[in-house]
Design a protein around this ligand. Structure first.
Ligand code: MN
Length: 496
């Protein structure tokens, strides 16, 4: 689990000097109460920091400048308790590089019918102050999230919590380093893409490292560290007997643990937030990393196979967004179909590398041959993903832009025994139905690689797309193919 408590969102209230000291004092008091209320709420995973009420273009400019500079600040929550003439906000908003949540709330929930007078009206006027603020952001074409409601209402708190998770993921990617061992899997199109454009859009860099340098680190791992890690395996997983100490495959388990520790040291040493590798470039490694990559994901690293750095980065983003929430998320691949008219299903899996955060129960630690890669048998964790709502997320490069796709799916329990398929697996039904969902995905160019998430929903992915300014395509219960094809055509014009 990644620690989000070191991040902050800043609570910024806009006003102006017109109202006099007394009103401004009340504005500040109310803002502080609301800000502290959010800060204390355990659902909001980051700190909420109260900032003094801004009343002039200079103060607004400065708070935006400060927010840009503060590494801990992932975004600003803005609220206009009173009227705050929005030309004052232009220069600040022009330089603001952090996401903005426009909280359209009001200090009082109810109108005090009997006592209401013009003083009350002048103090509590976000209904029109926030419209003025909304206009300037729309006029300036600034993406933001608008949340409406009284600040103590659950859906408002949930909305802020959700937004703060996405803003943290966005901040986390900005400056993130991803290591790429080897190049893209030969001839594969969808996993390739423009790393320069990605760095300009998301802020993360992807650079190549020689697998030989990783192998060097793997070979330096001490026997003591290997033994200690194997104790952890024994605690957390059901080890098959051949892998237990003294049995015939124990040395393969030692190799797998050594690979995991080598990966861990390499990633820590280089301050990486994720990596990708390929079975076509494993020179000097005994096994394709199975359990090692599975556990790196569980520790919060972004990972995807076959050189797919885009999916690796998205796995990391969703790991941050979902940190501490029940359920997990993982690198995933649409593998094979069950075209039974009574029960259409997609079987998702990978050769090895599925994150055990989506395991339903205790994973089994096993060793089996792998027909691909030409290495020794790899150790892997085998498990099923539980039933429940989920999403599949795919980031593709359209040449002139990135497109993020979401398909809402319903995961179903894996009831069948799969004795000859010893890999982690998930089964799901795509929305709105198998045929429409799969056709929509294919029309939209979605990859076979995805992030599968059982702790996040479409709304978070939508916020993320807006924060980084990329196209979003959603396939959900309302999707029809005609409408989707039109949306794709219209998007072509929009992004020309
Ligand atoms: Mn793959």
């Amino acid at each position: 689990m990644l620690d989000l408590t070191k991040f902050e969102i800043w609570f910024v209230t806009g006003s102006q000097d017109l109202y006099g000291e007394d009103t401004l004092r009340q504005v500040a008091e109310h803002s502080q109460i609301i800000s502290d209320f959010f800060d204390k709420n355990s659902e909001i995973p980051v700190r909420v920091v109260f900032k003094p009420v801004v009343k002039s273009p200079e103060e607004i400019y400065r708070i935006c400048q400060d927010a840009n500079m503060a590494a801990s600040c992932v975004g600003i929550v803005a609220w206009m308790h009173t009227f705050s003439p929005a030309k004052m906000w232009i220069r600040g908003l022009q330089i603001l590089q952090k996401p903005l949540l426009h909280l359209h709330t009001q200090f009082n929930r109810d109108i005090p019918w009997k006592d209401i007078d013009m003083d009350f009206m002048n103090l509590n006027q976000s209904a029109h102050g926030d419209r003025e603020f909304g206009y300037i952001m729309t006029r300036m074409r600034i993406n933001r999230k608008v949340i409406v409601g009284h600040w103590q209402q659950n859906d408002v708190i949930e909305g802020i919590a959700s937004w703060s998770r996405v803003a943290t993921a966005r901040q986390d990617l900005n400056g993130a380093r991803f290591a790429r061992f080897g190049d893209n899997m030969r001839q594969v199109a969808v996993t390739d893409g423009d790393k320069v454009a990605a760095e300009m859009t998301f802020g993360f860099s992807v650079n190549t490292y020689a697998v030989g340098d990783l192998v060097k680190v793997i070979n330096q791992v001490s026997d003591e560290a290997v033994d200690k890690l194997i104790t952890e395996y024994e605690d957390q997983y059901q080890l098959v007997s051949s892998l237990r100490k003294g049995n015939e495959k124990y040395s393969a388990l030692q190799d797998a643990a050594r690979i995991e520790l080598g990966l861990k040291y390499f990633l820590e040493d280089g301050n990486f937030k994720g990596y990708t590798n390929t079975f076509e470039d494993l020179y000097g490694m005994k096994q394709l990393p199975g359990i090692g990559s599975q556990r790196m994901m569980a520790a919060g690293y972004g990972y995807a196979g076959e050189g797919d750095w885009k999916t690796a980065a998205m796995v990391r983003a969703l790991k941050v967004m979902g940190s501490g929430l029940p359920g997990g998320n993982s690198f995933m691949e649409d593998y094979t179909y069950h075209f039974n008219p009574d029960r259409n299903l997609v079987l998702g899996s990978h050769m090895l590398e599925i994150c055990p955060t989506i395991a339903d129960g205790k994973p089994s630690c096993e060793i089996h041959p792998l027909g691909i890669g030409g290495k020794e048998d790899p150790v892997r964790l085998v498990f099923n993903a539980p039933a429940g709502p989920a999403i599949n997320v795919s980031l593709i490069d359209m040449g002139n832009r990135f497109r993020l796709l979401v398909n809402e799916v319903e995961a179903v329990a894996v009831d069948e025994e799969l004795p000859k398929l010893p890999v982690a697996r998930a089964l799901w039904k795509p929305a709105p139905d198998m045929k429409t969902g799969c056709a929509a995905w294919i029309y939209a160019g979605g990859a076979h690689h995805t992030v599968f998430s059982q702790n996040l929903g479409t709304e978070q992915i939508e916020m993320f797309a807006e924060m980084v300014g990329i196209e979003l395509v959603v396939i959900d219960k309302n999707t029809t193919l005609r409408q989707l094809k039109n949306e794709l055509r219209w998007s072509e014009a929009y992004y020309k």
